[in-house]
Design a protein around this ligand. Structure first.
Ligand code: URA
Length: 433
C-alpha cells in the first residue's frame, strides 16, 4: 500500500523499468533516498535492480542514479591542499597489485594521490589486504590524517570511510545476493559514485576484460569503460580509461605479502615486465590529467624517487618498510611434465586457488592469511623443460593444497614450441571523455 506522505510509489518505479521505460529524475532520486532510509524494502530494490540488469538504463538515468548515491553521504574536497589530485580505480583482477607502486610513483611528481581502497572478496585480492601484510601498517585513517599525509607525502592508500555513498554500500550488498552485480549501469554508478564523492580532480580507470575479470567479454568492458568515463566527465572529473587484458595473472605473485614484495621490486627499477608496463602506462595517464604529459615516469623508478615516496607512505601509516614480511609455513611446487612452451595460464583458476590457500576471504568478516598465495615461475610464452618448477603454492596449513590444486586442474598448458599461439597486447584500448 502506498504512503500518502511519500511522493512516489516503488511499485510504479519498478513497473516502469520492468516495461523498458526510463524512470523520471525525481522518482529515481526518491527511490534511492527511500531505499537508504529503509522505506523502500530490499525485495523492491532487488526487483528494480533485476529490471535494470535486463532492460538497461539511459545515459541520463545512470547520471541521476550516480548523483543520488553521491547525495546519500558525505562529499569530500581536496581543494585546500593546493595540489592536483588524481586517483586510479581498477575493476579488479588476479595478481593486480598495480596501485601499490603506482600511487607513490605518481606522487613523486608532486601530485596528490588519494587512493581510498577496499578489502578483497572472492578471487580478486584487495589492496588493503596486501598492504596489511607489512608489520604495523594501518589502513584506517581519520580525514585529518588523510589530509596531512596527502600534503606531506602526496600518496595515501587507506580504507574508504563509511560516509561515502552509503546508498551504494546497501545496494551493492543486495546485488551481491540477488544475481544483479553484472548490470553495467549499476556497476558504473557504484564505482563512480564513490570516486566522485571522494572529490578527486581526475581519475584513471583500469577496466579489465577476460577470464579473471568481472567482464569476460571485451565489448562489455568497453561499454562499462565508456559509461564510467561519461559519468566522470559529466561530473567535472577528468576521466580516462584503459582496457586491459586479464586472461593471465598480472606479474609473478598472487597473494598478499608476495604481491607487496613484487611491488617493491618495481619501485626498485625491476619487477616483471607486464607489471612495469601497466604501472608506467597508468602513471602516464594520471600525470597527463594532472597537467604533466611529458613526465619521465621510468626515470622516477630508476633513480629511487618513487621508492622514497613509497617508504614515506608506509611509515606515515605506522608500517615498517624494512621489516621482514610474513613467510608461509608450507609450500608445494608444481613442475612441468614435458618440454615445450607455456601456452596458457588462466587467471581465474589461479585466483581461486590463491583464495583457497587463504590469501582471500569468503565472507567480509573473515581474516586473510598474509603469507598465502602463489608464486609463478613461468609466464605464457616462456620455454620450459620437464621437471622445471612452474609455480609454488604458499599456505599456512598443508590441508589447503588439495583444494587449491583441484581449482588448477586444466588451468595451464604446455604446447610444442611451434604451436603455441601468441597472446594479444596487455593494453588494448584507451577511452577518453
Ligand atoms: N566495484 C564496485 O565498487 N561496485 C560494483 O558494482 C562492482 C565493483
Amino acid at each position: 500500500m502506498s504512503d500518502v506522505t511519500e511522493p512516489f510509489d516503488a511499485i510504479d518505479v519498478i513497473r516502469t523499468k520492468r516495461d523498458g521505460g526510463a524512470v523520471e529524475e525525481r522518482a529515481l532520486r526518491w527511490m534511492v533516498d527511500a531505499y537508504t532510509r529503509g522505506y523502500v524494502a530490499d525485495s523492491q530494490m532487488a526487483a528494480f535492480a533485476m529490471a535494470v540488469l535486463l532492460n538497461g538504463m539511459e545515459r541520463d538515468e545512470i547520471r541521476v542514479l550516480t548523483d543520488a548515491m553521491i547525495a546519500s553521504g558525505e562529499r569530500m574536497s581536496f581543494r585546500a591542499l593546493g595540489k592536483r589530485t588524481v586517483d586510479k580505480h581498477s575493476t579488479g583482477g588476479v595478481g593486480d597489485k598495480i596501485t601499490l607502486p603506482l600511487a607513490p610513483l605518481v606522487a613523486a611528481f608532486g601530485v596528490a594521490v588519494p587512493q581510498l581502497s577496499g578489502r578483497g572478496l572472492g578471487h580478486t585480492g584487495g589492496t588493503l589486504d596486501k598492504l596489511e601484510s607489512i608489520p604495523g601498517w594501518r589502513a584506517d585513517l581519520s580525514n585529518e590524517e588523510l589530509f596531512a599525509q596527502l600534503a606531506e607525502v602526496g600518496a595515501v592508500i587507506c580504507a574508504a570511510g563509511a560516509g561515502l555513498a552509503p546508498a551504494d554500500k546497501k545496494l551493492y550488498a543486495l546485488r551481491d545476493v540477488t544475481g544483479t552485480v553484472e548490470a553495467i549501469p549499476l556497476i558504473a554508478s557504484s564505482i563512480m559514485s564513490k570516486k566522485i564523492a571522494e572529490g578527486t580532480d581526475a581519475l584513471v580507470l583500469d577496466v579489465k576484460f577476460g577470464g579473471g575479470a568481472f567482464m569476460t567479454d571485451i565489448d562489455d568492458a568497453r561499454e562499462l569503460a565508456r559509461t564510467m568515463v561519461a559519468l566522470g566527465t559529466d561530473s567535472g572529473v577528468a576521466t580516462t580509461a584503459l582496457l586491459t587484458d586479464m586472461n593471465t595473472p598480472l606479474g609473478l605473485a598472487i597473494g598478499n605479502a608476495n604481491e607487496v614484495r613484487e611491488s617493491v621490486e618495481v619501485l626498485a627499477g625491476g619487477g616483471p615486465s607486464d607489471v612495469v608496463e601497466l604501472t608506467v602506462a597508468l602513471a602516464r595517464e594520471m600525470l597527463a590529467l594532472a597537467g604533466q604529459p611529458d613526465a619521465d615516469v621510468e626515470a622516477a623508478l630508476r633513480d629511487g624517487r618513487a621508492m622514497d615516496t613509497w617508504r614515506a607512505m608506509i611509515r606515515a601509516q605506522d608500517g615498517d618498510p624494512d621489516a621482514p614480511m610474513p613467510a608461509p609455513r608450507e609450500t608445494h611446487t608444481v613442475t612441468a611434465d614435458r618440454d615445450g612452451v607455456l601456452a596458457e595460464q588462466q587467471a581465474l583458476p589461479f585466483g581461486i586457488a590463491a583464495w583457497r590457500l587463504g590469501a582471500g576471504r569468503a565472507r567480509a568478516q573473515d581474516p586473510v592469511q598474509h603469507a598465502a598465495g602463489i608464486d609463478l615461475h613461468a609466464k605464457p610464452g616462456d620455454r620450459v623443460t620437464a621437471g622445471q618448477p612452474l609455480f609454488t603454492l604458499l599456505a599456512d596449513e598443508p590441508s589447503r593444497f588439495e583444494r587449491a590444486l583441484a581449482a588448477l586442474d586444466g588451468a595451464w598448458r604446455i604446447a610444442d614450441a611451434d604451436t603455441a599461439a601468441a597472446s594479444g597486447p596487455l593494453i588494448r584500448e584507451r577511452i577518453t571523455g
